[in-house]
Design a protein around this ligand. Sequence first.
Ligand SMILES: Nc1ncnc2c1ncn2[C@@H]1O[C@H](COP(=O)(O)OP(=O)(O)OP(=O)(O)O)[C@@H](O)[C@H]1O
Ligand SMILES: [Mg+2]
Length: 236
Amino acid sequence: MTKIIGFVQLKGGVGRSTLATNMAGTIAEHARVALIDCDSPQFTCSHWLQQRKDLYEIDEQLDLYQPATYKALLKLLQKLQNEYDYIVIDCPPRMDGFSRVALMLSDLVLLPLGTSAAEIWSVEAMLPILNEASQLNSNLDARILWNRFRSYTKSAKENSSTAKKDLKLPEMRQKIGLRVAYSDAMADGLTVHETNDKSARAEIWSLSSSVLRLLSKQKAARKMNDDKVLSFAKKS
Ligand SMILES: Nc1ncnc2c1ncn2[C@@H]1O[C@H](COP(=O)(O)OP(=O)(O)OP(=O)(O)O)[C@@H](O)[C@H]1O
Ligand SMILES: [Mg+2]
């Protein structure tokens, strides 16, 4: 069964596209992956993949899709079921129809989060929507993914422990560091796993392995009624 990973966040610039491209490219080393770019007209993931295809000949099945509407995203997800091992969805920086469809159909939703108060507030604002989605999608596993995390700073430690108390959401064990390798890899059409930055390589590999492990534990087949998805998406 195809597993779906959604990168969702209300706030802009938190690292959705960086982490989605790294996740998609790293998983594609061993599996068939569809990368769905819902962030028009920015299309960061699409630019990344174009760069990748223009500059290198990588033997992988990593295909890009750009649904124009949330209804098209729903249809696309149904069509791609069983054609790929994994689907990675990069959502826009708002809780619109795309993000809502991703919440309804993803097996794992990663919420990239930096340690600034503004980023933490944005996840707080999403909590009612996440709660509603998890009542409708019993498979939904939504987790914080700390990004640009500077473990050596006092504010990162303080803000992450405040977030733990206030948000009460599960977290990925891996915290993604603030590293130039992420912005460089994006510009070059690469994943950090394909760069020389050993720390970045290790953390993205560890994150991908954990994600795959979490997904493999979900045995139940996803059953989702289209009308339910559309009525939840329409609320945006
Ligand atoms: N871990 C990281 N280390 C260093 N730079 C990072 C990291 N994560 C993201 N960035 C940089 O932060 C910026 C925003 O990242 P990205 O575009 O992935 O965020 P986004 O949530 O997709 O933003 P948008 O709201 O524009 O879609 C980019 O310049 C990216 O290179
Ligand atoms: Mg983006």
